[in-house]
Design a protein around this ligand. Structure first.
Ligand SMILES: Nc1ncnc2c1ncn2[C@@H]1O[C@H](COP(=O)(O)OP(=O)(O)OP(=O)(O)O)[C@@H](O)[C@H]1O
Length: 258
């Protein structure tokens, strides 16, 4: 089975513990992400989806547990190795987190400058190619985030997340705040990028439409761990009350889950 072949696992989390003072968010959480899949992460508000994402990308040191990416335990990397590893993933945070005083092109160049010494012309070319890759018009490169619509801002933030040609893309609620047409177009873009770039996508979302349209598997966070990590049909058969309400309630029916 693909599941037990370590070659197919790009991210492996074992025994993760995260707590804020007395408040335990994760208690012995295990999760595997397969190479090339789009994995949806769902769970009630405050169940710890964002904290999980932050622990995996090294923005938060957990109290216990290991995060292994491409076979390397992240806590054992030297500073230089950790910096090199960071080039392998791009993150799109919930609010987009673009620098408001920089244009779209300048935003895309920030990670390029951090990691490489490139000529001015090459940086411009790379920034323009990322703008095109996310379906933004050529002129958008010169605009500031405030001049863009919500959907365009998400695409600009995605272009910045793709700046270093990552292998893994982490998306924290990418369709939040988008209208249904914008959200659907964004989902289609993620699917298309996964196909063309061979990305693995770790997708935190509340959006049932996105889960149905885009995800190969869905991991449900609840009771401080992953309750189930499986394709939609298997997940919705799980007897957890939150899972039943979420995947078999009225909103699920509206999203076309029968
Ligand atoms: N820096 C922090 N200090 C204290 N508590 C925190 C911190 N970050 C997160 N938490 C708490 O950890 C829990 C999990 O937060 P997290 O943001 O991961 O939830 P989530 O599942 O992403 O929620 P949502 O769906 O509402 O975005 C919450 O109770 C939150 O208040």
């Amino acid at each position: 089975m693909a599941d037990i072949n370590p070659e197919n696992i790009i991210i492996s989390v074992r025994g993760l513990v995260n707590a804020f003072d007395e408040h335990v968010v994760h208690e012995g959480l295990d999760l595997d992400v397969r190479r090339g899949e789009i994995l949806g992460i769902v769970g009630g508000s405050g169940s710890g989806k964002s904290v999980l994402l932050r622990s995996i990308v090294g923005l938060r040191a957990p109290q216990a547990g290991t995060v292994t990416i491409n076979g390397r335990d992240q806590s054992t990397l030297s500073g230089a190795e950790a910096e090199a590893a960071r080039r392998d993933w791009g993150v799109l945070f919930q609010d987009g987190a673009l620098f408001t005083s920089l244009t779209v092109a300048q935003n895309i160049k920030v990670p390029l400058r951090e990691h490489f010494h490139l000529s001015h012309d090459l940086m411009n070319d790379l920034a323009r190619s990322k703008v095109a890759m996310v379906g933004l018009p050529y002129e958008a490169a010169k605009l500031f985030p405030a001049d863009l619509s919500g959907g365009m801002r998400k695409r600009a933030a995605l272009a910045r997340a793709l700046a270093l040609d990552p292998k893994v893309l982490f998306l924290d609620e990418p369709t939040a705040g988008l209208d249904p047409i914008g959200a659907s177009a964004f989902d289609a873009l993620i699917l298309q990028l996964r196909e063309s770039l061979g990305l693995t996508v770790f997708l935190v979302t509340h959006d049932l439409d996105t889960l149905v349209r885009s995800c190969d598997r869905i991991a449900v966070l609840g009771d401080k761990k992953i309750l189930i990590n499986a394709p939609l049909e298997e997940v919705r058969a799980h007897d957890n009350p939150w899972v039943q309400e979420y995947f078999n309630g009225p909103r699920a029916r509206a999203a076309g889950i029968k």
